[in-house]
Ligand binder design. Structure first.
Ligand code: PMP
Ligand code: GLN
Length: 380
């Protein structure tokens, strides 16, 4: 194995989902919904497969989808984008993260990143030769501390890798928190890559795209995907939007990673954005009920739960429940109760900050969440 992969543990999601399958556990770990997105969009994908969308798409993506993404950003956020030069289709936001970092970070460059972080950030910063400078969102509130952010930025800082709504904490960064990020980025002339895949999954908290803040449009690369908002995580279709130089840097790397993303799903995703614009809002309404069901249930068995503002994850402190170590708790839980959750320490550099935290997914049907909670109650 190459040195660039050294010390990166296998993704926690593979480990925990395999454990769930092996033990027949209720999987409240890996974040994927158990109900698919809109049927009309699935039909559009099937139609595209049958009607000749089966050869390479243009490198930056099928024009219909790039245009739909530009309309989406305009409609929701008032952001005007040129679909030909400021939008790229990616193979999920995951490829967007990879291509952005490979296209923008030189070996030795420092990348400021919120922790706990989505695990591919760690891997891709390292594979790009970058150096991680984490800024910790701390329990119980998981807010961004402006002083910690400022202290993380130095002469070698190249970019900030942001994520809001934030996985795994469920925090939605406020306009004030984002203003601090913007101020620091402008002052130090930094690029910001912002992962906004949960942009539509918020519960009474407004998602503010960083690119809409003064001075930020020209230095922000925004990533999203169809996976979360339209419940098609398996399709792996995402997009990156931003000013031409940043989009070109991303595309410079993407052309050698995948050259182009899968053709037949792209017209279908365009249809999701254009013809099913209300679908994510309805999903969020639904998820809010499931969030409350899960959080109430976890609190009832004695965990300290932080009710998330967005995403489909909730963090619980299991120390109050008698477990000092979240990883030990998660490894024992399948045998003990037949439930799988994710130890938050997998997303931390600051191991102490995450030691007693466990992430629970509520993008599952209510009956599944109920079953998981019933098992937790029985195991007590
Ligand atoms: N970013 C975050 C914060 C995520 O939670 C996920 C989904 N696990 C991704 C990126 C990956 O998105 P995609 O499936 O579109 O590659
Ligand atoms: N984004 C999902 C999560 O955080 C799934 C990630 C994955 O499977 N790589 O659970």
């Amino acid at each position: 194995t190459a040195a660039r992969l050294g010390g990166i543990p296998p993704t926690i999601f593979t480990e925990m989902s395999a454990l769930a399958t092996r033990t027949g556990s209720v999987n409240l770990g890996q974040g994927f919904p158990d109900v698919d997105g809109p049927a009309s969009v699935i039909e559009a994908a099937a139609a595209a497969l049958r009607s000749g969308h089966n050869q390479y798409a243009p490198g930056p993506g099928v024009p219909a989808l790039r245009q739909a993404v530009a309309r989406h950003q305009q409609r929701h956020y008032g952001l005007e984008l040129d679909p030909d030069s400021e939008v790229v289709v990616t193979t999920g936001a995951t490829e967007g993260i990879a291509a952005a970092l490979l296209g923008l970070v030189d070996p030795g460059d420092e990348v400021v990143v919120l922790e706990p972080y989505y695990d591919s950030y760690l891997a891709m910063i390292q594979m790009a030769g970058g150096v991680r400078r984490p800024v910790t969102l701390r329990a119980p509130d998981f807010r961004l501390d402006p002083d910690e952010l400022r202290a993380a930025v130095g002469p070698r800082t190249k970019l900030v890798l942001l994520n809001s709504p934030h996985n795994p904490t469920g925090s939605v960064l406020t306009r004030e928190e984002l203003a601090v990020v913007a101020e620091v980025a402008v002052e130090h002339d930094l690029v910001v890559v912002t992962d906004e895949v949960y942009e539509h999954l918020t519960y009474g908290h407004e998602h503010v795209p960083l690119a809409t803040l003064p001075g930020m449009r020209e230095r922000t690369l925004t990533l999203s995907s169809v996976g979360k908002s339209w419940s098609f995580t398996g399709w792996k279709v995402g997009w990156a939007t931003g000013p031409r130089p940043l989009v070109e840097a991303l595309l410079g790397a993407k052309q050698w990673l995948t050259f182009t993303s899968g053709a037949p799903l792209q017209p279908a995703v365009a249809r999701a954005l254009d013809e099913e614009p209300e679908w994510p809002r309805e999903l969020a309404r639904d998820l809010r009920r499931r969030r409350d069901l899960l959080c109430t249930g976890l609190a009832e068995v004695g965990m300290d739960v932080r009710v998330p503002e967005g995403t489909y994850f909730a963090i619980a402190d299991v120390a109050a429940y008698g477990w000092a170590d979240g990883r030990e708790f998660c490894l024992a839980l399948p045998e003990r109760a037949g439930v799988v959750a994710i130890p938050a320490v997998a997303f931390h550099d600051d191991v102490e900050a995450g030691r007693h935290l466990v992430r629970w997914a509520f993008c599952k049907e209510e009956s599944v969440i109920e079953a998981g909670l019933a098992r937790l109650r029985e195991a007590d």
